[in-house]
Design a protein. Structure first.
Length: 167
């Protein structure tokens, strides 16, 4: 299991601390906790976590859904909502942010673990694929195509060029 960096956005510090302890037991890296919109944004900008565990009801006039909207626009971060809210209006608002999971409180340790692993798998799969870069050249009347990352260095000596590969 990879040690994903996780930020907890939860205004009830007893709950946030409990979640942090569970995450540490599961060998995740908790980068911090925040209880309001402004604290959450500051934490996210400072730590750039892989994943947010985000409560909808947080302190202040802006809620967790607004945090998720901001994060979606400015960061490449997976989002899981952890909330007691499961009414239709809230779920409709949440869907706009395209979270990778939604857990209704109270939840079990195993539910949280499963949600994190599946969310991170899907988040990583949704990342744009890196285009493979090649170097193509002519040598001895044939075309040679090499992956750029396989080339250690190219050495020039008079009329010859030696290509040194990682294999």
């Amino acid at each position: 299991m990879s040690a994903y960096s996780i930020a907890i956005i939860e205004d009830e510090m007893v709950i946030a601390t409990t979640i942090a302890q569970v995450l540490k037991e599961l060998q995740y890296d908790v980068v911090g906790k925040a209880g309001s919109y402004s604290e959450a944004i500051a934490l996210i900008e400072r730590t750039e976590p892989d994943l947010l565990l985000l409560d909808i009801r947080i302190s202040g006039s802006r809620d967790g859904i607004e945090v998720a909207k901001y994060v979606k626009e400015h960061f490449n971060c997976a989002i899981i909502f952890l909330t007691a809210n499961s009414d239709r209006a809230t779920i409709d608002r949440v869907k706009e942010t395209e979270p990778l999971a939604y857990l209704v409180k109270p939840f079990q340790k195993e539910d949280l673990h499963t949600a994190i692993e599946i969310a991170m798998l899907n988040h990583q799969r949704n990342q744009p694929k890196k285009k493979e870069e090649y170097i193509i050249f002519q040598a001895a009347r044939q075309t040679i195509k090499l992956k750029r990352h396989d080339i250690l260095f190219i050495q020039n000596s008079d009329n010859y060029v030696q290509v040194h590969l990682s294999d």
